[in-house]
Design a protein around this ligand. Structure first.
Ligand code: CA
Length: 226
């Protein structure tokens, strides 16, 4: 799950980056309004955490831009301004949630996960496709009731595929989602191919049918009916 943290206070930005990375998110940061604008225009994020008072202008501009561009991105406002106006305005513009500073990092993660679940999986706790059961928030996968042990990357890959069931995903969209900017440093096709191969094998070993289709020349599709 890929996040953008837009926050100008260096210490808070650092602690958000470290904590969110530790709990398994892929985190990018922006320090002011112009760089935030560039990032949201160029990349897709699962969720964006945005501070309101930023060098260069109001974070509310980003909230508005995200809503116009991609309604599936979760938007969480983190703001020191405890004013009710900001909160109401932000939610009116389409932010999904609002957290006033100071906040506890576990509280932020809980809100973020709830938000991502609502966005990506329409509030469902579990996605069940016959023998396969995926629990996104708990990051658990079962085949015929037996747990499948996946690496963090295999899990991210599977969750992204499942969230886009029956839709074709390009290789670059998958790589960008799972590896972010890191993906640019590797041979994307090789890397994706080998992770998918291992993921498929782990699922197949437990008796799961192969839901992952290769779409020639484009990428992959996770199908609900293999
Ligand atoms: Ca600020």
């Amino acid at each position: 799950m890929k996040l953008l943290v837009i926050e100008d206070e260096p210490e808070l930005r650092r602690s958000l980056h470290n904590y969110l990375t530790d709990v398994g998110f892929l985190v990018e940061t922006a320090t002011d309004l112009p760089s935030a604008r560039e990032k949201v225009a160029a990349h897709d994020y699962d969720a964006v955490l945005v501070d309101i008072t930023l060098p260069g202008g109001s974070g509310l501009e980003i909230v508005r831009a995200l809503r116009e561009r991609d309604p599936s991105t979760g938007v969480l406002i983190i703001s020191a301004k405890g004013s009710l106006d900001d909160k109401v305005h932000g939610l009116d513009l389409g932010a999904d949630d609002y957290l006033a500073k100071p906040f506890h990092l576990p509280e932020l993660v809980a809100r973020l996960r709830a938000l991502l679940r609502r966005k990506r999986f329409r509030g469902r706790r579990a996605i069940e496709l016959d023998e396969l059961r995926v629990l996104p928030e708990e990051r658990r996968v079962e085949v015929n009731g037996a747990p499948v042990e996946l690496t963090a990357m295999q899990m991210d890959l599977l969750l992204f595929l499942v969230a886009n069931t029956d839709r074709v995903l390009s290789r670059s969209a998958i790589v960008e989602h799972v590896w972010g900017d890191l993906g640019e440093r590797f041979d994307q096709n090789d890397m994706l191919y080998s992770h998918l191969k291992n993921l498929r094998k782990k699922l197949a070993d437990k008796g799961c049918r192969d839901h992952i289709r290769t779409v020639y020349g484009i990428g992959y599709k996770f199908v609900s009916q293999p």
